[in-house]
Design a protein around this ligand. Sequence first.
Ligand code: URA
Length: 440
Amino acid sequence: MRMYDIIAKKRDGGTLTREELAFAVNGYVAGTVPDYQMSALLMAIYLRGMADAETAALTEVMARSGEMVDLSAIAGIKVDKHSTGGVGDKTTLVIAPVVAACGVKIAKMSGRGLGHTGGTIDKMEAVPGTRTSLTQEEFFRQVNEIGIAVIGQSGQIAVADKKMYALRDVTATVGCIPLIASSIMSKKLAAGSDAILLDVTMGDGAFMKTLDDAIELARQMVAIGTAHGRKVAALITDMDKPLGRSIGNALEVAESMAVLQGKGPADLTEVCLQLAANMLMLAGKGDEAACRAMAQRVLADGSAFAKCRQMFAAQGGDVACLDDPGRFRKAKYSHDVTAAQAGYIVKNDVEKIGNASVLLGAGRLTKEDAIDFAAGIIMHKKLGDAVRPGDAICTLYADDPALFPAAEEMYRGGLVIGAEQPALPPLVYARVTPGGVERF
Ligand code: URA
């Protein structure tokens, strides 16, 4: 078999076999296929696409390129959840404890922030002392004892994806639905859970900008998971505005704890309830109404918050910060971005909001950058809200006031105030299951 022929076959619109895909991917991991040939293949896939069976085979080869976690030492159904990324997207910190408090095991690996989007592991590390790297024995013991552990993804998971993603990033081949689907699902299959809920974000802050693309990505990921014997469903959620009002690691932990204590923002609470209910459905806990009622009950009776405290305590975190977020270290400086005119917020570009928070120190500009956990943004006015001249639209937080002008310029660059109140997008657009697409 020759890599040259595999590239030519895909270039001409052919369908690659599992053997051909394995030759390319395993050769790339082993170093026998060079970057330039893998780049050519990725571009051919980008331009020609892939059939569902081809994407499922690619995903399996990528998953098997690293460690396949065997969670069978943990009794019961294990449910995972994955978001395709967003700004202010702190749902894992809420729904993992909610689902665990309902008796379904969560043995979850999460990621760090990427570009303008945040990541659960960075947020968890904002709680002083929290360990996000456990040995497999510690991880299994914690899930068996308290029903929940969330840790950083091991470097041994889907090693082909790590190498291929880095190459895609510099060859303009990230934005390709079969490549995104196989990248995400290779990690999810390797992580070992029985059921997976996918939160496919859609809007100007997400990879998928249109509903059709988001549904197609969800459909392909559900098909891949189902072909590999997992129970999978996807919700298409809105990312035309950040979830909640807080962006930045400690600020987002504080907001998540407010949701767990029944006093969080309505949009974030509602999305978390829908995601948690769908995870409970995948775990066989009942129909949608029963699962939603279960999730509402553990929020209302405090058991979800207690489960979250238990998880952080088991991983060494200072739970006093969860009880009283006032104990988080605060940024030294704050700065209000104010409205220059009266009207309604008709656009507030989410990618720009995320990039503004990165400029303040809440995310990384390069992989090596350290994060300032206290940095970030609190939004006082969001898409659709009325503003008067001088109103604070948001407050920026940083340890260095010299960071404010660039962050403010970035934030304002995506902000439009107009005379007409815009129609707000729904929080959840659709659900995709192996049975089809339900639009809401
Ligand atoms: N997230 C991933 O893990 N992979 C992609 O290709 C895109 C988003």
